[in-house]
Design a protein around this ligand. Structure first.
Ligand SMILES: O=C(O)CCC(=O)C(=O)O
Length: 303
């Protein structure tokens, strides 16, 4: 594992994996939350192992369903979508199809195991130590799926470029479903970048991303890990992952949590549609965006 200094815009960032690494069977949620506050990210080894077998089955069923629907794909600004909601990107040269899966529509609405995993006690204990006692889910869960032999890269970016929030924004957990290393698309993070505000993003192959000349992969810390490892990150922490060059799929599933009073004020996927959304930020309202509660209570609030 790399512990080499990482260049960051704030200077040299010498954070290594040992500074952000925790273990599910010996977990101190307060210590984990302190590392998150300091670095904007942390990894908990073995946190979601209990859900993997069933989740993997549901993910692979969703992928097979998506590929069977490919002849009904429609072009959208981000690529193509099939009727089930799968997002496809152009495939690289030499790939078996002209389109590759990017985002699979498995969610809390299609997989009971996915929904159950979002309520995992140890996971939510850490989230509570970060966000406080009243927590809702943001979104329905997400699955990024890198197909074998070339599966798409996701350029370094901040999630706040896609969904800027009114307050501190969501905490994400990105969960490895298979052992994940530099060959099949390990997540890279830039510790400390959650304090940089939302940076200007450009349009890339994988939608909004940071300028590659300013943010080459060498500035980020790769997190290799085993199936069942979970990476927590702040929505302004710079992160991304490279292509899958192995011969097996590399799925991850993502849960996002936020304070009950937080909400999206700007959302976008391209420079152009984000700039349009920025003009409407003041009209965003919490009451139209109430997520399902995972812990605590939502009191009534007048808008
Ligand atoms: O699939 C991955 O490894 C990256 C996912 C990601 O960066 C995102 O969903 O924001």
């Amino acid at each position: 594992m790399s512990t080499a200094p990482i260049e960051s815009s704030a200077g040299v960032n010498s954070v290594g994996i040992e500074d952000i690494e925790f273990f599910a069977d010996d977990l101190d949620a307060e210590r984990a939350a302190a590392a998150y506050r300091e670095h904007g990210c942390l990894v908990v080894r073995g946190l979601t192992t209990a859900y993997l077998q069933d989740l993997k089955r549901d993910i692979e069923a969703t992928a097979a369903q998506a590929i069977a629907l490919l002849d009904r794909a429609k072009a959208v600004p981000e690529g193509w979508t099939t009727p089930d909601g799968t997002l496809f990107l152009p495939a690289p040269a030499g790939f078996k199809r002209d389109k590759q899966i990017m985002t699979l529509p498995i969610s809390y609405r299609t997989s009971a195991t996915f929904f159950r995993a979002a309520f995992d006690k140890k996971t939510v204990d850490i989230v509570e130590a970060i966000l406080g006692p009243n927590i809702e889910l943001f979104g329905d869960g997400q699955c990024l799926y890198k197909e074998p032999v070339g599966g798409h890269p996701k350029h370094l970016h901040q999630d706040s470029s896609y969904f800027e929030h009114r307050f501190q924004g969501p905490v994400a957990t990105l969960n490895y479903v298979v052992d994940t290393d530099l060959r099949n698309g390990a997540l890279h993070v830039v510790p400390g970048s959650h304090r940089m505000g939302t940076l200007a993003h450009v349009d890339t192959f994988s939608h909004l991303g940071l300028d590659e000349n300013e943010w080459p992969w060498e500035r980020a810390l790769p997190i290799t890990g085993q199936a069942g490892d979970s990476i927590f990150f702040h929505y302004r922490t710079i992160h991304g992952s490279q292509e899958n060059h192995s011969d097996k799929a590399r799925p991850v599933f993502i849960n996002r949590y936020r304070r009950v009073d937080d909400y999206v004020i700007i959302s976008g996927t391209t420079v152009e549609n984000r700039a349009e959304a920025e003009k409407r930020a003041a009209q965003a309202r919490k009451n139209e965006q109430r997520g399902l509660m995972v812990r605590g209570f939502r009191a009534y609030e007048d808008e």
